[in-house]
Design a protein around this ligand. Sequence first.
Ligand code: ZN
Length: 52
Amino acid sequence: MKTKERYVFLECTVCKERNYTTHKRLKAAYKLEKKKHCRRCRTHTSHREKKL
Ligand SMILES: [Zn+2]
């Protein structure tokens, strides 16, 4: 089965460090935003998607 997915970075909104990669469906309209642990900030911050 073919599903069109693309990979995106999850970037810390505080320090702009790209801590995670994930993937999502190509036509998904929403923007990913997740609370994740940031190594540089040493705390949980919002991470927003960025294209590879
Ligand atoms: Zn950070």
